[in-house]
Design a protein around this ligand. Structure first.
Ligand SMILES: [Zn+2]
Length: 261
């Protein structure tokens, strides 16, 4: 099978510019479309014991089809500039996944081996912007919503990151940023307005999913079913052919970067 290259769909999350917040109701979520295709992990979620596995990059990895996260470096590289503990960063990642898992019928589990991960998080080997996501999907699927096969989230290790809000919009909160990128990784785009974690612009008004974020995730995956996470926890990690994953996938991407003041 031949690797296919799709166009880059760039979006950004910008610095807050201090402008007045819109108070009128706006479209509160938007489903991601890559080359006109809706995409989701639904197929993976529906398999027996279906969970989405995430992992952190432990050594240099390269993804030839990706654009934003083509070269990934170990996640630990993002802590150097920021003075954060690796364990604390991992807790923020887990918290970001937990936010989505709490509201929609999609369950995430961390795997130790990055090669087994559906969603990989790491540092950019070639720093640019703030954070990006690449979403790979099977464009040749006959299903109307194409299955996502892999997603990459990469953070700029040259930027300073923080945990929590302090009003300084030049240093991004990890949990907020990663939750936003996970939103892309599960099939959501930027809505046409502010006030959501999936909003285009970084701000520090809230640190949890907002109503539109929840509605978007529920539209794709359904509501969180009580007990489903516990059931999924019993599932085993299926063997993945990492080599095959790199091929036969069209890919799309979402950027999550900063506009200079
Ligand atoms: Zn974004």
């Amino acid at each position: 099978m031949k690797a296919l290259i799709a166009s880059l769909l760039a979006g950004c999350l910008w610095y807050g510019a201090g402008e007045a917040r819109a108070t009128e109701a706006t479209a509160s979520f938007k489903v991601l479309k890559l080359e006109g295709n809706k995409v989701s992990w639904q197929k993976a979620v529906q398999r027996p014991g279906g969970v989405i596995h995430f992992g952190v990059v432990a050594e240099a990895m390269e993804f030839s089809g990706a654009r934003n996260c083509r070269k990934m470096a170990p996640l630990r590289e993002i802590v150097a500039e920021s003075g954060l503990a690796v364990a604390a960063v991992r807790e923020e990642i887990a918290a970001a996944f937990a936010m989505w898992q709490a509201v929609a019928n999609i369950t995430f589990r961390e795997v130790a081996d990055p090669a087994q991960a559906d969603i990989l998080i790491g540092a950019q080997a070639e720093p640019a912007g703030w954070a990006f996501a690449d979403v790979f999907y099977d464009a040749q699927s006959s299903e109307s919503v194409k299955p996502i096969s892999k997603a990459l989230i990469c953070l700029n290790p040259a930027k300073r990151w923080k945990i929590g809000f302090d009003g300084d919009l030049t240093v991004y909160d990890l949990r907020y940023t990663i939750a936003h990128e996970i939103g892309h990784a599960i099939g959501l785009d930027h809505p046409n307005g502010a006030g959501q974690i999936m909003g285009y612009r970084y701000d520090e008004q809230f640190r949890r999913l907002q109503l539109g974020d929840v509605q978007g995730a529920v539209l794709i995956y359904g509501e969180r079913e009580p007990g489903s996470a516990a059931v999924a926890a019993e599932g085993t990690v299926p063997h993945r052919n990492a080599g095959a994953l790199g091929l036969a996938k069209r890919w799309g991407s979402r950027a999550f970067t900063a506009r200079p003041h």
